[in-house]
Design a protein around this ligand. Structure first.
Ligand SMILES: Cc1cc2nc3c(=O)[nH]c(=O)nc-3n(C[C@H](O)[C@H](O)[C@H](O)COP(=O)(O)O)c2cc1C
Length: 390
């Protein structure tokens, strides 16, 4: 239903994103896009580049006078560092020029070597410029628009940091965080709900930095007030859990994901895992008192919050580099170091929000779709009225 396509290199002139399939009439605020872009740049452990760039998105198509037109929405985010890379990243041949910035020593854990082999490049800058997570700024900008679509139906999405390295947030896993607390923790350096754990996370990052090392961790994304009935059990590629998994594992550095208590449930008996079903006639209809399934059963949302975790590996660009090989001489060499983050778990959470917004908006349009917000509102209303009757 929705297509999200990005283009652009990390040190090229700009990032571009096209979002196709947004209906007409979605109220669009550019300041909400700015807010999410700025959240992606924050978090303790980010590198110096975040100080150079203050991302600004410009809407260059598909929106007029604050509302989507139904045509593709295009956004542009300039790379401020481009001024320092105009020779290296010029789209046209540059004469009599020698680069100091060619990359011949691949970083273990990054796309450098695998990409070089696949695309037959000599200079791995041709790979890392696109593999860089700078690209996620474009996804976050598009995600901010998709969140505005979802907000029109009262669906909101938040993220928080659950673990950095071996420091756990230590919050009660059984208790769903409140949107108010999640909104508040947006303003903190680690976006962690537990201030004590937050301090220890920052200390762990300082220590890793001192040792020229990096840290991964876990972030959680929660979508509230998601209606029951998105996704489908009828075909493997329509199952919403599978679609969320694809979206999450596409986030650079995210190597595993969990829906609800998915991983932890594998070691528990069924009686302690499955969420008992209750019914309240006057207000809630069918409901659960627990949400260990993370709001998804049979690949379909069940009306409980959708709760997803992303497991991030440590950043692969190390100040104290790992062993690598010079691809020209095949001699043993240190991996290249280029200005880099030490840990990015809160920022990855912001990207996770964008990816969950994409999957939910796509599934929402599948179920209640129309070309305009008016049609979608009518369809949604009819679903809500039907729920009242059963
Ligand atoms: C917000 C964000 C920032 C990142 N920053 C860096 C970075 O500064 N240096 C780095 O080596 N990797 C960084 N990564 C991770 C790499 O982009 C990622 O490991 C790489 O593209 C290889 O992809 P893979 O880990 O998914 O296999 C970042 C990831 C995210 C989500």
């Amino acid at each position: 239903m929705i297509r999200l396509i990005t283009a652009g290199e990390s040190h090229g002139p700009c990032l571009t994103v096209i979002l196709e399939g947004m209906p007409s009439g979605v109220p669009i605020r550019i300041d909400a896009v700015q807010e999410d872009l700025s959240r992606r740049q924050q978090g303790y452990g980010r590198g110096d580049r975040m100080k150079i760039e203050t991302d600004q998105a410009q809407i260059v198509g598909g929106v007029r006078h604050g509302f989507s037109l139904g045509s593709p929405i295009a956004l542009r985010i300039d790379n401020r560092d481009w001024v320092n890379w105009q020779q290296e990243m010029n789209s046209q041949p540059v004469e009599a020029w020698e680069t100091q910035r060619a990359v011949h020593q691949p970083r273990p854990g990054h796309a450098d070597l695998a990409g070089m082999i696949k695309y037959r490049h000599q200079d791995m800058r041709n790979i890392l410029e696109r593999a860089s997570a700078r690209e996620t700024a474009a996804r976050v900008a598009a995600g901010a628009l998709l969140k505005q679509f979802l907000e029109a139906f009262d669906i909101s999405i938040f993220s928080h940091t659950v673990r950095v390295g071996n420091v756990e947030a230590g919050t009660d896993a059984q208790k769903l965080p409140e949107p108010k607390a999640l909104r508040r923790c947006n303003l903190t350096p680690m976006r962690c709900l537990n201030p004590d754990a937050e301090k220890r996370m920052m200390q762990a990052i300082d220590q890793a930095k001192e040792h020229g090392d990096t840290l991964g961790g876990i972030f959680e994304v929660i979508a509230f007030r998601v209606p029951a009935g998105l996704g489908s059990h009828t075909q493997w590629d329509r199952k919403l859990d599978g679609r969320i998994a694809q979206a999450f594992l596409s986030i650079p550095g995210v190597k595993a994901m969990e829906i609800g208590d998915g991983v932890r449930n594998a070691g528990r008996p069924g009686s302690e895992v499955h969420d008992a079903i209750y019914y309240h006639k006057s207000s809630r209809g069918f409901y659960r008192r627990t949400n260990r399934c993370g709001g998804l059963e049979g690949g379909i949302t069940n009306g409980m919050p959708v709760q997803v975790r992303g497991f991030m590996k440590p950043i692969s660009t190390l100040l104290k580099p790992l062993t690598s090989v010079d691809i020209r001489t095949k001699a043993r060499k240190d991996a290249v170091y280029e200005r880099s983050d030490v840990s990015v778990v809160p920022a990855a959470g912001t990207v996770g929000e964008a990816m969950l917004a994409f999957v939910l908006a796509d599934a929402f349009l599948e179920k209640f779709g129309g070309d305009s917000m008016e049609e979608i509102r009518n369809n949604y209303q009819s679903h809500l009225s039907w729920l009242q009757k059963i």
